[in-house]
Write a protein of this length. Sequence first.
Length: 105
Amino acid sequence: MIRNKLKKICEERNITIAEGCRLTNLARSVFGRIYRNEVVNINLDTIDAICKGLDIEIHDFLAYVPDDLMTKEDVAHVTEREMAVKATRNMRKRNARKKAKSTEE
């Protein structure tokens, strides 16, 4: 499992989501989803912006945790993230269907 440590970094430095967005020049929605670990994939340009904006190295931001060393909290986090991603995908599908239906009418 790859763990994103953005929330921990921000908490240690007393950086709010709004301040993090300003420092990294990322949209609040992007920064917030990464902060809450609601993403599965993070674009390399986004990782670069976070590292530059927060003046950190990539190893400060991302950590590898082998599956056999995952804690109950890690497992819960992965499950939570998967559920959030699934909910977002379902919402996007519903919105696409609604849009397609409205353009047909």
